[in-house]
Design a protein around this ligand. Structure first.
Ligand SMILES: [Zn+2]
Length: 143
């Protein structure tokens, strides 16, 4: 389900705002993300790096975890902003985490010039592993 141009513009602004909070001491690559929850709330996240590089957290997952902590369980759209001239897409780990909640959500990619490209999570991550189905099957077989 596509969001309105107005919601998209608001999400793009929120992602850009979140990018300014990025903690990117090591890569100097700042990323911001803004999620529109099913209840209409906008929740932001930024990348948070660590001197132990593997502990770094992406902006997209940071936004999801922040939103879940606030009670959200479904998302309509996600906007991503970076300083890159190209359109940054979510990494594999973030695609998996997003698909847990809203596998067909809209994704708004933006570039440093402020242009946007609209896609969807099912286009970026077409066949996610359905562990919920697997766990239902497992619990049925125990009966
Ligand atoms: Zn990621």
């Amino acid at each position: 389900m596509a969001t309105s141009k107005r919601d998209q513009a608001e999400l793009m602004l929120a992602a850009k705002r979140a990018k300014r909070q990025a903690y990117a001491l090591y890569s100097n690559f700042r990323v911001g993300a803004a999620l529109l929850t099913n209840s209409g709330e906008i929740v932001e996240g930024c990348n948070v790096e660590n001197s132990s590089y593997g502990l770094t957290m992406c902006a997209e997952r940071n936004a999801v975890f922040h939103a879940v902590a606030k009670g959200a369980r479904g998302f309509r759209s996600l906007a991503i902003a970076s300083d890159d001239a190209g359109f940054l897409t979510p990494c594999g780990a973030c695609r998996q985490v997003l698909a847990e909640f809203s596998p067909r959500m809209e994704i708004i990619l933006t570039n440093a010039a402020g242009h946007k490209k609209i896609t969807s999570l099912d286009r970026l991550f077409p066949i996610p592993p359905d562990l919920k189905k697997l766990s239902r099957r497992r619990s049925k077989s125990k009966k």
